[in-house]
Design a protein around this ligand. Structure first.
Ligand SMILES: [Zn+2]
Ligand SMILES: [Zn+2]
Length: 228
């Protein structure tokens, strides 16, 4: 769809009526936003803002950066590298490996119930929104990875942040998939994840997750081992 294919003759109100028909799946908006700067601006400043304030009101602040990150969170899978997998050189040679963020398959809702399932008991009061199970599924080497993404509300006030900061946990030089933050923290090795998840027979954790200083979470579940 080129903008000069007729859309340029329509005023913004009419274009927005057309865009509103695509509301069921915000990935359509993400694709439309790539067409031209006018569409991108309309999507960001009107469609997505309205949707944000209707569906995720408690997460929305007035900051445009936050809204842009939320849009990205809603529609993008973090990709294997940001989820802590395939950071090795072999993987980068494999063109089939989806290492980078991309439009996610699967549901896009972010829900607190999913977040509660991830965190250890002492962090249950923290407000973490995660995408619905199973997220975006990536076969890689011998496993299937179910990639998820999410966000902590008011991250700097959560117990998870207090615990990471209090321990002076080492941050990893892996940038966030959803904002400009250059570092992330490993929630698994900081004991923030629920205990019962366990390990695969080769020592790989069943669940891993990483968080940036703005509370954006990228992670992956693997199939639970048959004999545990
Ligand atoms: Zn994916
Ligand atoms: Zn971030």
């Amino acid at each position: 769809m080129e903008e000069d294919s007729g859309f340029s003759m329509l005023n913004d109100d009419i274009v927005l009526v057309v865009f509103a028909k695509l509301e069921d799946d915000p990935r359509h908006w993400a694709r439309v936003a790539c067409v031209c700067t006018r569409f991108s601006s309309l999507i960001r400043h009107f469609c997505w803002k309205t949707k944000c304030s209707q569906t995720l009101p408690s997460l929305l602040s007035d900051s445009p950066a936050t809204c842009a990150s939320l849009l990205k969170l809603a529609v993008c899978c973090p990709g294997l590298r940001h989820a802590g997998i395939a950071a090795d050189r072999d993987a980068s040679k494999n063109p089939k490996t989806c290492r980078k963020p991309h439009l996610a398959r699967g549901n896009w809702d972010l829900r607190r119930e999913q977040g509660c399932k991830l965190l250890a008991r002492q962090f249950r009061d923290d407000c973490l929104y995660l995408c619905d199970w199973p997220g975006c599924v990536h076969p890689h080497k011998k496993r299937k990875y179910m990639l998820f993404r999410g966000i902590f509300k008011d991250f700097k006030t959560t117990r998870v942040w207090t615990s990471l900061d209090g321990d002076k946990r080492k941050k990893l030089p892996v940038e966030c998939a959803f904002c400009t933050s250059r570092y992330t923290w490993d929630l698994h090795s900081a004991f923030c994840l629920r205990r019962g998840f366990g390990y695969q027979i080769d020592g790989e954790p069943v669940v891993r997750a990483y968080v940036c200083e703005n509370g954006h979470v990228s992670g992956a579940w693997t199939d639970v081992p048959l004999f545990s």
